[in-house]
Design a protein around this ligand. Sequence first.
Ligand code: NAI
Length: 244
Amino acid sequence: MLKGKVAVVTGGSRGIGRAICERFAENGANVAFLYSGSAEKAEELKAKLLASGVKAEAYKCNVADFNEVSDTFKRIVADFGTVDILVNNAGITRDKLLLSMREQDFDEVLDVNLKGFFNTIKQVYPILAKKRAGKIINISSISGLIGNPGQANYSASKAGVIGLTKTVAKELASRGVCCNAIAPGFIKTDMTAAFTGENRLVSSIPLGRMGLPEEVASLALFLASPSSDYITGEVIRIDGGLAM
Ligand code: NAI
C-alpha cells in the first residue's frame, strides 16, 4: 500500500507512534522515526522495522526545538532522499485543574503538542508542495473536540492541532497534498496507564472498551494511502463512540 514511500513519524518508539511505524513498514514504507526517550527502545524498533524488508532509521530529536527539528529533517532527506508522509504523533500531558496548573505546565504542553507539529510541517511543506503529492497526519484528541477537566493545556493544544490541520489542508490542497487529523479517545498506552478511574471510564465508552494503538495505526495507514486521496482537512474520531 505504501511501497517505496518515505514516512516520518514523531514519537515513534512507543505507544501509538510505534504501532504506526510497524503498520507502515509492514505495508512497504521506509520509516524514519523521531524519539526523545530510550535509545534502546528506538534501536529495538529499528531492528523490527528493518526485518520487514524496508529502510528504517531512528533520530533522537525534541520536536519542540525548531533548530533540532530542522537539522533532523535535513539528515532524514540526506538519508532517505525525500519525505512523502509525515505523522505528527509526539505528545505529552501535564494534567491538573486550571486552578493549580502552572504557567510551565501550559507552555510545555503547547510547545510539544502544537508548536512541535508546526516545526515538523514547516520542514516537509516545501518538499510536498514541490512534488505535488503527500500526506500529513496529525494526532489530535477528543479532548481537543469536547474539552476535558484537568486538561486545559492539552485540550487547547489538541484543538490548536485541528485549526493547524485545516489551514495546512487549505494551503496545500491545490498541490495535491492532503492533511488530516486523527482524534483518538482512550487508547491503551503508557500515556493512559496511570489512569485510575478505568472502570468508570470504560463504562462510559459506547463500545465498552479502550482502544488499541494498532487500531489507530490502521486509521493512519488509510490516511497515508491512496485510498484516502479525496479526504483532506478532516478530523476522524477513533474513540469507541465516546465523543459522539
Ligand atoms: P506515549 O506517551 O506512549 O507516547 C508519546 C511519544 O511521544 C513517546 O514516544 C515520547 O517519547 C514522544 N515524545 C514526547 N515528547 C516528545 C518531544 N518533545 N520530542 C519528541 N518526542 C516526544 O503516548 P501515546 O498514547 O502513544 O500518544 C501518542 C499521541 O496520541 C499523542 O499525541 C497523544 O496526545 C495522542 N493521544 C493519545 C491518546 C491515548 O489515549 N493514549 C488519546 C488521544 C490522543
